[in-house]
Design a protein around this ligand. Structure first.
Ligand code: ADP
Ligand code: MG
Length: 342
């Protein structure tokens, strides 16, 4: 009798040990772990609406890692859609934006991804996406008439460029940089760390990963690609990279189910509805984190065929598409980077 009661506890403890071991093997680092002759130091915080962490491998780089976390919060003053008074908030509320500003440069990049995808990537759908409540209690899809109305105020033509300034066409148009800002910020954080002499590290902005310099012992990082299920800590596969950004867009993080239908946060700009094309995630590998971030969303909306075509036309850019049956489709060159340990 006693043994029967203990069994679930033993299984639970065993499962936790296995999960920890898996995490350790896949990520190849953890706070305080010794690597080569040095020690990993991970600084963590909450910014950009997610958990952010920066890992460096040398004690002397600790202050730079801490400063990098602080920088993430500073970037909210530019890119947050919800923080009152942020530059994006001002822009969304009628302010003119100098085209020389950082915000304008990210908007310009976003317009590039919109252009190469015939509008599949669209940052002017803030009015539509704010109709969905993926994080709170109100997990009910919005009224179709509200979606249609909000869609009338989206589209790149709603960003008016005149002379040295940008502004939005009307007060109902809302820009949303949720699919590109984290990547841009990761690139800036890497530049900051390198300017402080940091030679190797991992920047993780809520799963938007940018690693550089390889591990101190000269080996590559193993970056796990998350199993596409809500709150999953398992990995579908892992890739081995020295310096690269790895970004995944998936249906599993911000989503809810209503009357048996999954509603997630990647929206089709033509309908305002969550994209439904059989995909559950798209992972992009690229040197630029901004590119990886924007392309992961772009390719998700484009779907497997068009997305693969786009990525295969780009140099040093790789993609893995995962469908709802967990089949993985790789772009040219992706498989060569799969970690042997995966
Ligand atoms: P995550 O925020 O998990 O990193 P993504 O990079 O895929 O995921 O970005 C999804 C976010 O981008 C959504 O929460 C929304 O703010 C915005 N978004 C949704 N659909 C699109 C789209 N078609 N084009 C550009 N941005 C989008
Ligand atoms: Mg993205």
């Amino acid at each position: 009798m006693k043994n029967i009661q203990k069994k679930p506890i033993i299984i639970a403890v065993f499962t936790i040990i296995i999960l920890c071991l898996l995490l350790y093997l896949k990520q190849g680092f953890s706070s305080g772990e010794k690597v080569g002759n040095g020690q990993t130091i991970t600084k963590t915080g909450f910014a950009l609406d997610t958990v952010v962490s920066v890992t460096v491998y040398d004690k002397k780089d600790e202050a730079a890692a801490a400063e990098a976390i602080a920088l993430c919060s500073d970037f909210e003053d530019i890119f947050s859609r919800t923080k009152e008074g942020s530059m994006l908030w001002e822009f969304n509320n009628g302010a003119e934006l100098p085209s020389s500003s950082e915000l304008a440069s990210v908007i310009s990049s976003a317009r590039y991804y919109s252009g190469i995808s015939s509008g599949a990537f669209s940052i002017t759908m803030g009015g539509v996406s704010s109709l969905y409540d993926f994080t709170g209690e109100n997990n009910i899809p919005p009224d179709a008439s509200l979606v249609t109305k909000a869609l009338e105020h989206s589209g790149d033509d709603k960003i008016i460029i005149s002379g040295d300034t940008l502004k939005l066409a009307d007060f109902e148009t809302k820009a949303d940089l949720g699919a590109i800002a984290k990547g841009y910020i990761a690139d800036r954080i890497k530049e900051y760390l390198e300017s402080k002499g940091v030679k190797r590290g991992i920047i993780d902005l809520g799963g938007n990963i940018l690693c550089f310099g390889g591990k101190p012992d000269g080996s590559n990082y193993n970056i796990g690609i998350q199993y596409p299920l809500k709150n999953s800590r398992e990995y579908l596969c892992a890739i081995s990279v020295n310096t690269a950004s790895v970004v995944t867009s998936g249906v599993y993080e911000r989503s809810f189910t209503y009357e048996g239908e999954l509603y997630h946060h990647i929206l089709n700009p033509e309908t305002g509805l969550p994209v439904k094309n059989g995909l559950v995630s798209v992972t992009i590998v690229s040197d630029s984190s901004e590119k990886a971030d924007a392309l992961s969303t772009t390719c998700f909306v484009l779907g497997k065929e068009k997305g693969l075509e786009l990525v295969n036309s780009m140099e040093d850019t790789y993609a893995a598409f995962v469908d709802e049956n967990l089949n993985i489709y790789y772009s040219d060159g992706f498989e060569a980077q799969l970690s042997k340990a995966s």
